[in-house]
Design a protein around this ligand. Structure first.
Ligand code: AMP
Length: 337
């Protein structure tokens, strides 16, 4: 994804570029930031750029193009980039095209953030940025919670030296004269798209993303729309099915409840049967035991009777023997007489 962001100073393209970096995971390359770093580092290049920057003029093309060439050669720019504040005039855009043509990676989209001049002045003069994390605030439009302090990291908010009214007026004039013609340049290539830079930051961002998706990834956008449509259709169908399925569910629930009742009843009867069987078994056992004991008793009685009979027989036999003996003795006595 190779994008050029166009817009007057204060149009908010820097803020949007930071958000695009997060969304698309490609670097933001800002010549303004690179130049400020060079000035802060006190390098020869920085010293040469400072005077032009302080007066709101453009830094010479050879300095800026050298810086850009070096930056685009870094590995993180291989998968794409968002150019912010570059190109700033027609010669720069021609040099950029030539540079990218050599590696077969032309610019795909030039996105203009369009803001009215009266708004721009307030935006630039009210702009404050965090010295630590780079977060951007505005004393008119998006104030920090604590004046002068960054909401995100607590860093000190800074007022850019070239954000004063005199310089800003100069910068706006330079933009009209040198940078605005780039719109025609990219329009001629069929790469210019415009987004109105009004509304909240996230509203503008959404509009920008829509344009980017449609221009750079038309196929992916179409696929996304199709998948979204099928997903919502599926959802609707599911919702419809759920409504239809409701009575079925209720019937199924009733059936299940009935089954449960039947099951528990069956269980109860089974339990009863088992109990009955057990009772029968124990009764039968008791009967058998009773019979056994009765048999034993009768057997005992029989043997007792037998014993009594035997004894009686024995007694009778003895008596007989005694009688016989007596008779014999009587007979003997009679004979003796
Ligand atoms: P910016 O942060 O983009 O507003 O840039 C701040 C200042 O840096 C500008 O007013 C110019 O002096 C200088 N500058 C940034 N980008 C360029 C560029 N592409 N060509 C020339 N000068 C630039």
């Amino acid at each position: 994804m190779r994008i050029v962001l166009l817009g007057a100073p204060g149009s908010g393209k820097g803020t949007q570029a930071k958000k695009l970096v997060e969304r698309y995971n490609i670097p933001q390359i800002s010549t303004g930031d690179l130049l400020r770093e060079a000035v802060a580092a006190g390098s020869e290049l920085g010293k040469r750029a400072k005077t032009a920057m302080d007066t709101g003029q453009l830094v010479s093309d050879d300095i800026v193009l050298g810086m850009i060439q070096e930056r685009l050669a870094k590995p993180d720019a291989k998968s794409g980039f968002i150019l912010d504040g570059f190109p700033r005039n027609i010669p720069q855009s021609q040099s950029l095209d030539a540079m990218l043509a050599r590696v077969g990676q032309p610019i795909q989209l030039s996105l203009l953030v369009d803001v009215d001049n009266s708004v721009l002045l307030k935006r630039i003069t009210g702009r404050r940025s965090c010295g630590s994390c780079g977060a951007i605030y505005n004393i008119y439009f998006s104030t920090p919670k604590v004046p002068g302090k960054c909401d995100k990291c607590g860093g000190t908010l800074q007022h850019r030296s070239d954000d004063n009214e005199d310089t800003v007026t100069n910068r706006l004039a330079v933009y009209e004269e040198q940078t605005a013609p780039l719109m025609s340049y990219y329009k001629a290539q069929g790469k210019l798209r415009t987004v109105a830079g009004v509304g909240s930051i996230s509203e503008i961002f959404d509009k920008m993303c829509e344009v980017i998706e449609a221009q750079i990834r038309p196929l992916a956008t179409a696929m996304k729309k199709i998948s979204e449509a099928t997903a919502s259709a599926k959802k609707a169908a599911k919702a419809g099915n759920a409504k239809k399925a409701k009575p079925k569910k209720a019937a199924a629930k009733k059936k299940a409840a009935k089954k449960k009742v039947k099951k528990t009843a069956a269980k109860k009867t089974a339990k009863k049967k088992v109990k009955k069987k057990l009772v029968k078994k124990t009764a039968a056992k008791k009967k058998v035991a009773k019979k056994k004991t009765a048999k034993k008793k009768t057997a005992k009685k029989k043997t007792a009777k037998k014993k009594v009979k035997k004894k009686a027989k024995k007694k009778a036999a003895k008596k007989k023997v005694k009688k016989k003996a007596k008779k014999k003795a009587k007979k003997k006595a009679k004979r003796r007489r």
